[in-house]
Design a protein around this ligand. Structure first.
Ligand code: FAD
Ligand code: EPU
Length: 342
């Protein structure tokens, strides 16, 4: 247990804030000890993974538990299927690589997403036509009230777009300890629907591809290239990925907007349409714009960056509020933050 430590190395925005107490927890016993300490001392609690989806707007006057439970196990359940279970503290991308090395398919489109495996169910991480809900089987969680370990299956997690029970009714009530995925061993389901993947496969020399000749390793390589071409590396420029969710609006509202903004993009889904927030933000003139220490990324306006490395969380938060105001004024759409604000 450390006291008064800087959280700058533990959040990908690189914001300078401190934690009153900090514990690096490597076993379940250590987790229970730390939880007991926070309970007896009546300290607010924060479970920390890779710190890649949160924004500290002030010092944390409580106990931060960095969950470093490690280990991956596998169980072959049929000729074509394997269950792979990873403890919460494994790095997500290293876990994806572990699966690719064994030719286990299903996570390749999610290559290079920062953060830890234990956090992946929180917002049902997704990219390039895949979400973890597509391969998720279950996760073990510690109930913070009863200290009993429970198993949450797919249904209980109530996954949605960047959503799960852990962000809603179960918020702050559970620590996710491990996650199990069902992956393929031979007959992989190759997902190339996302336009940019097809273009990148061509760049990689995989022309005239059909789904039989493309490997899961090819998909991973293409996804990594696309991500590196437009998303800033947090080690170089502080950020937390997409700052906002892509809004879903009623079809009727979209049709009204289309009359005014004929090129507005949208992805229909029943009576609703998902509109890319990056496009809305760019249209409001924010792409690449800097105010003080904060900017919208010049290649992806949905990503807010700590441009000078000296931004405070409050500055970043205020910048996001200005973006929300602009988009609301121009399009009548209220953007919702994806990043967890503390
Ligand atoms: P943290 O930031 O440490 O924690 C996030 C929240 O989860 C906090 O509220 C924390 O208290 C809680 N939490 C953490 N671990 C646990 C646990 N074990 N049990 C209970 N609660 C917990 N996300 C996507 O979905 N798709 C992307 O394509 C994507 N791209 C990104 C690109 C960049 C450059 C960056 C910086 C981020 C990106 N993200 C993306 C967001 C981020 O990577 C994910 O949300 C990731 O799952 C966060 O993991 P983490 O361990 O860093 O979480
Ligand atoms: N766009 C613009 N201007 C911009 C940015 C985007 O016009 O500045 C347009 C693009 O031209 C494209 C559309 O918006 O037509 C979508 O852009 P992109 O493919 O880059 O994806 P996104 O919707 O901005 C989402 C996720 C990302 C995920 C990618 C790939 C959300 C909130 N974000 O971004 O996830 O990696 O798709 O699947 O759903 C994250 O959650 O942190 C994250 C990075």
């Amino acid at each position: 247990m450390q006291e008064n430590i800087s959280l700058k190395p533990y959040n990908t925005f690189g914001v300078e804030v401190s934690a009153r107490y900090f514990a690096d927890v490597q076993t379940l016993e250590e987790l229970l000890q730390a939880l007991n300490y926070s309970k007896t001392q009546k300290l607010p609690l924060l479970i920390l993974g890779g710190g890649s989806n949160l924004l500290f707007t002030k010092d944390f006057d409580g106990l931060v538990i960095q969950l470093n439970l490690k280990g991956i196990t596998e169980e072959i359940i049929s000729e074509n299927e394997v269950l792979v279970t990873s403890k919460a503290g494994e790095n997500w991308h290293e876990f994806v690589q572990f699966c690719l090395d064994r030719n286990y398919g299903g996570l390749e489109n999610l290559s290079l997403i920062p953060g830890n495996v234990g956090t992946s169910p929180m917002q049902n991480i997704g990219a390039y036509g895949t979400e973890i809900k597509d391969t998720f089987v279950s996760c073990k969680v510690l109930n913070l009230e009863t200290l009993v370990i429970e198993e949450f299956d797919h249904e209980k997690c109530n996954f949605g777009y960047r959503e799960s029970i852990f962000k809603r009714a179960g918020k702050g009530k559970y620590v996710i300890l491990d996650v199990t995925f069902k992956l393929t061993r031979k007959k992989h389901s190759i997902k190339t629907e996302y336009g940019a993947i097809q273009a990148e496969l061509k760049n990689l020399g995989i022309e005239n591809f059909d789904k039989l000749s493309v490997t899961i390793q090819d998909i991973s390589k293409a996804v990594i290239n696309i991500r590196q071409s437009k998303l800033p590396d947090p080690k170089v420029l502080g950020n937390a990925g997409s700052f906002f969710k892509n809004p879903t609006i009623p079809l009727s509202q979209f049709e009204n907007l289309k009359q005014k903004f004929s090129i507005i993009p949208g992805y229909p889904n029943g009576n609703f349409v998902k509109v890319p927030a990056g496009w809305l933000i760019e249209q409001c003139g924010w792409k690449g714009k800097q105010i003080g220490n904060v900017a919208s990324h010049e290649l992806q306006s949905l990503v807010i960056i700590n441009k000078t490395g000296k931004a405070s969380g409050k500055e970043i938060y205020d910048f996001s509020t200005m973006i929300i105001g602009s988009v609301k004024e121009k399009f009548g759409i209220e953007l919702e933050r994806e990043v967890n604000i503390l």
